[in-house]
Design a protein around this ligand. Structure first.
Ligand code: HEM
Length: 406
């Protein structure tokens, strides 16, 4: 089994590539210091060059914005569908994220149609009401966990609202979802791979049951109902698994952005005061650049080529470090500084190319709504103690942040 960092990869049986072992900075990605402040390892990752070999991951690694963007954009030479390299992909993994054209194009088109068909004004209204109500309730407590008591239940409510289904019980759903995120780190923690595959299958069962219900009882608003009626030749398996990706991304990525972004603003003097002047598009872009959860993606090379001056051979893996690329000093002035008025901001926090994020609209809607309410209704908020970050290098997130609103 070849080790990776990134979303949903199973690449057994590809050729080994003998490379000289050396002190690989990738090994330190899970240290508490780096999880708390990724800037501490950036120089070591960047000094290796635009593309370099990681013996830990058995993979090429890109850290520069140009190289990372080029790999994400080039679906001809770099695959998300590992069957293009002769790999078997388990059924439960065949989703929008793990397919390439033409299958990817077909399912992505159907999903885009489902997103577009939603009542976004209504979604925004309900989101504002829910955020204000939740914060007003929590403000009555002396303090609370911003992630467990607010961001996680809110993100689950937001994505199931969009899907048009009842939210699953968070106590049951949370650990299953976390097992999938842990497995994204199987390059560093191989023991997470199998539980991750089982968890994906379990969530696919859930989204499959939603599709069945929608087919039997039509008339509920939301993406599931739309997709039950409009799936234009996309197989039920791919549809069910792609709904799993939406559920999972919508919950994990959105809640992690909220936690990371609040910690970043609490760390940066004047940031919350600046947001009181308005949570602008530029401020949101900067929060995704600086505090976005997605740190890495993986692709397989299907055709010998060159990246960052390195020869990449067919069958080799390229791990693109999205988080490091978003702080490339050749592109971003003062890259490790949160600048909520940054104008030139070509970040890739939502990905690039054919697999770029489909959910950036709901993610930004939720983030804007939360920060607007926090800085306007609760200007006196303060952290109680240090935040605790999750032990995950691929999808960075806060485990616990105790907060006082009054
Ligand atoms: C802050 C929150 C979010 C961030 C930072 C984020 C980031 C990303 C990134 C980087 C990718 C590209 C993955 C790749 O290249 O393989 C991606 C893909 C995707 N995201 Fe998001 N995402 C977020 C929220 C959401 C939400 C709320 C949804 C759904 C409601 C969503 C749905 C998706 C889907 C379906 C894909 C796969 C697209 C494809 O492979 O064609 N994401 N996301």
């Amino acid at each position: 089994m070849r080790k990776t960092l990134g979303l949903e990869v199973d690449i057994t049986g590809l050729p080994e590539s003998p490379k000289p072992p050396d002190a690989d900075p990738i090994k330190d990605l899970l240290t508490p210091r780096v999880l708390r402040e990724p800037a501490t390892i950036r120089a070591r990752l960047r000094e290796r060059g635009d593309a370099w070999w990681s013996p830990t991951l058995d993979s090429w690694v890109t850290a520069g914005l140009a190289e990372t963007t080029a790999v994400l954009r080039d679906a001809d030479r770099f695959c998300s569908d590992w069957r293009r390299l002769g790999e078997d992909t388990p059924d439960s993994s065949l989703s929008v994220q793990a397919l390439d054209a033409p299958e990817h194009t077909a399912v992505r088109q159907v999903l885009v149609g489902a997103f577009r068909a939603q009542d976004w004004a209504g979604i925004e209204k309900r989101t504002v009401a829910s955020v204000n109500e939740r914060l007003a309730k929590l403000a009555r407590r002396s303090s609370f966990d911003f992630v467990g008591d607010f961001a996680a239940p809110l993100a689950l409510e937001a994505v199931t609202n969009l899907l048009g289904v009842d939210p699953p019980d968070l106590d049951r759903f949370g650990p299953v979802s976390a097992a999938i995120v842990d497995a994204m780190d199987d390059g560093l923690r191989p023991e997470t791979a199998e539980p991750g595959t089982a968890a994906r299958a379990e969530l696919a069962e859930l989204t499959g049951s939603w599709l069945t219900d929608a087919a039997n009882h039509r008339g509920r608003d939301g993406m599931v109902d739309y997709l039950a009626a409009h799936h234009d030749g996309v197989s039920r398996t791919v549809l069910r698994n792609s709904l799993r990706v939406i559920l999972h991304s919508g919950y994990e990525s959105s809640s992690r952005l909220l936690g990371n972004a609040l910690v970043a603003c609490l760390d940066a003097p004047g940031a919350l005061a600046r947001l009181r002047g308005g949570v602008t598009d530029a401020a949101l872009r900067e929060l995704v650049r600086f505090a976005g959860p997605v740190q890495a993606e993986a692709r397989g090379c299907v055709e010998d080529t060159e990246v960052g001056g390195q020869p990449i051979r067919r069958g080799e893996v390229v791990t693109v470090l999205v988080g490091v690329a978003n702080r490339d000093p050749r592109v971003f002035a003062y890259p490790d500084t949160l600048d909520l008025d940054r104008q030139h901001n070509p970040h890739i926090g939502f990905g690039r190319g054919p697999h770029a994020c489909l959910g950036s609209l709901p993610a930004l809607l939720l983030t804007r709504t939360v920060f607007t309410a926090l800085v306007r209704e609760h200007p006196g908020m303060e952290p109680v103690g240090e935040p605790i970050f999750r032990r995950n290098a691929t999808l960075r997130g806060v485990e616990h942040l105790e907060l006082r609103l009054r």
